[in-house]
Design a binder for this molecule. Structure first.
Ligand SMILES: Cc1cc2nc3c(=O)[nH]c(=O)nc-3n(C[C@H](O)[C@H](O)[C@H](O)COP(=O)(O)O)c2cc1C
Length: 159
């Protein structure tokens, strides 16, 4: 079962969190995860995956326009499970708004959106993983757990 973690990262924080999410997802048996910057996408792999976990820095209170540009043109994400994560500099800096705006894009593309929410108990992850910059230890662990949960759900839905 293939999963892509796709991110935009200018200064490396979102890339580091993408790696943590991939680390968590890789804990699930029979899952193959590939982390990709939108600037170096492996579109053959992306076409084969069952889930795409998309990450963005928070830029002026929403997600990065680079991801909007990619998603607007993407023809290989529809029908797949989609999940989102964001990094930001500040609590209250808009990371969850960025995530909700991304989720709206995913719905438009025809993706099935999953976050784990409150359905899987603590830690609750309402919209997607959030890290301040590349995260403190607690945020890092939540990112790993998020990846693990998304991978488990993909296997449950698509096996
Ligand atoms: C132009 C610009 C605008 C930003 N706007 C916000 C913002 O509105 N809220 C916030 O918390 N952080 C903001 N940040 C900080 C980034 O979201 C944060 O540093 C992020 O982790 C950067 O991710 P990256 O290292 O993957 O590029 C902004 C950064 C830049 C460069």
């Amino acid at each position: 079962m293939k999963i892509a973690v796709v991110y935009y990262s200018k200064t490396g924080n979102t890339q580091k969190v993408a790696d943590l999410i991939a680390e968590g997802a890789n804990k699930i048996p029979n899952v193959e995860v590939k982390c990709m910057s939108i600037e170096a996408l492996d579109n053959d792999f992306l076409t084969e995956v069952k889930a795409v976990i998309i990450g963005s820095p928070t830029i002026a209170g929403t997600f990065a326009w680079q991801l909007k540009q990619w998603l607007d043109a993407a023809k290989n994400v529809g029908g797949k499970l989609g999940a989102v994560f964001a990094t930001a500099n500040y609590v209250g800096g808009g990371a969850e708004v960025a995530e909700l705006a991304l989720i709206a894009e995913l719905l438009v593309k025809g993706m099935l959106v999953y976050s784990s929410g409150v359905a899987e108990g603590q830690p609750f992850i309402h919209y997607g993983a959030v890290c301040i910059q590349d995260g403190d230890e607690g945020q890092k662990e939540r990112a790993r757990i998020f990846g693990e949960r998304i991978a488990r759900k993909v296997v449950e839905l698509f096996s």
